[in-house]
Ligand binder design. Structure first.
Ligand SMILES: Nc1ncnc2c1ncn2[C@@H]1O[C@H](COP(=O)(O)OP(=O)(O)OP(=O)(O)O)[C@@H](O)[C@H]1O
Ligand SMILES: [Mg+2]
Ligand SMILES: [Zn+2]
Length: 327
């Protein structure tokens, strides 16, 4: 069945009865989605009704892991499942807010698409969705006639789904349930909200993620949270693909003077300390911000620029790590 259900169990339970939730339910009803009931949170995001790999146990799983997964299943704890039609799923996360997750997620998705791959991006930030603006997409997604699934919107050759398509810019709601028809994808990039909360946990525990990319600026306060992020994903057995350093280097456009505004190599050092790979560095550059705000991310707007090449370089490393072959 080509359906995905996005369901934030704990958000939902916490907010049940709150105005926001009622708004959401009404909105769902109006568009006649088949929404999940409170009892079907075991099928939260883009998930197969029959597990892709039997019982959620990956091929090649070590005997210890296999025992753990089997024990989880016996105890009724969530098992991870794949997303129909989607070969690889990665998440972009950080501990801290505003360090450049969405910018990286979008430019990574576009970079992989530029290597002639089928790519989608899912905005998991239910309270501050950024994907509509970054991808210059708006309007309500169409509902697929046959199975009542939502069709992602498409721009720059990348499919995108976000709660932001269905609410106004300043009306955060709880994203209770969402059915998405992704079609065939080589890669789905999930743009995570900041922090290490319910959304991160729900997605990590219930979806087979190929791994997570942790982005941080190099200053201590962001790195403390980045470490928390790495530890959380390790705990739920999500592979850490590596860390990206964002906004470390600023080159003055007038005199070419180089300044490390948030510090120098903090992310490189932290990745060593956390025993994870370092995937690369994105400079602090006004053009990245401006082009993002215009809805023309730098990887498409200035695909040959140094900054775009930084994103593409990280994309190549991620593709290699998850096993997406270049043509
Ligand atoms: N390398 C960069 N150079 C300049 N500006 C950047 C860079 N990376 C991100 N930004 C800008 O920083 C701001 C925050 O970026 P972004 O929205 O991607 O962060 P985020 O981690 O997703 O935030 P949130 O936690 O709110 O989801 C945006 O205005 C974005 O354009
Ligand atoms: Mg964001
Ligand atoms: Zn200068």
């Amino acid at each position: 069945m080509n359906s995905s259900t996005f369901f934030f169990r704990s958000q939902c339970l916490k907010n049940f009865g709150a105005h926001r939730n009622i708004h959401c339910l009404r909105f769902m009803k109006k568009r006649s989605f088949s929404i999940s009931g409170f009892t079907c949170h075991e099928n939260p995001l883009g998930i197969l009704q029959t597990p892709k790999k039997p019982d959620g146990i990956k091929k090649g799983t070590s005997p210890t892991d296999r025992t753990r997964v089997e024990s989880n299943m016996r105890r009724g704890l969530p098992t991870k499942r794949g997303i129909v039609g989607v070969k690889h799923v990665i998440a972009v996360a950080s501990g801290k807010g505003g360090v450049g997750k969405s910018t990286l997620a979008v430019n990574l998705a576009l970079a992989v698409a530029s290597f002639r791959k089928h790519v989608g991006i899912l905005d998991a930030d239910i309270f501050g969705p950024s994907i509509p603006r970054l991808m210059n997409l708006k309007g309500e997604p169409q509902v697929h006639e046959k199975d009542n699934n939502l069709m992602p919107l498409v721009n720059f050759g990348v499919k995108a789904m976000s709660i932001g398509f269905m609410i106004g810019d300043d009306a955060p709601v709880v994203w209770r349930g969402l059915m998405v028809y992704w079609g065939e994808l080589d890669l789905l990039v999930i743009d995570m909200p900041p922090g290490t909360g319910d959304t991160q946990l729900t997605i990590s525990q219930q979806v087979i993620l190929d791994g997570v990319v942790i982005v941080s600026t190099p200053q201590d306060i962001a790195l403390i949270d980045a470490r928390k992020g790495v530890n959380m994903f390790k705990k739920v057995d999500v592979p850490i693909l590596g860390m990206v350093q964002n906004m470390s280097l600023f080159v003055c456009p007038n005199c070419q003077h180089k300044t490390h505004i948030f510090g120098n190599d903090g992310v490189i050092e932290t990745s060593k300390e956390m025993d994870t790979d370092y995937l690369g560095d994105i400079p602090l550059d006004a053009s990245i911000c401006e082009l993002s705000d215009l809805g023309t991310p730098i990887v498409v707007a200035r695909s040959d620029s140094y900054n775009a090449e930084c994103y593409k370089d990280i994309a190549r490393k991620v593709m290699n790590k998850v096993g997406i072959k270049f043509d």
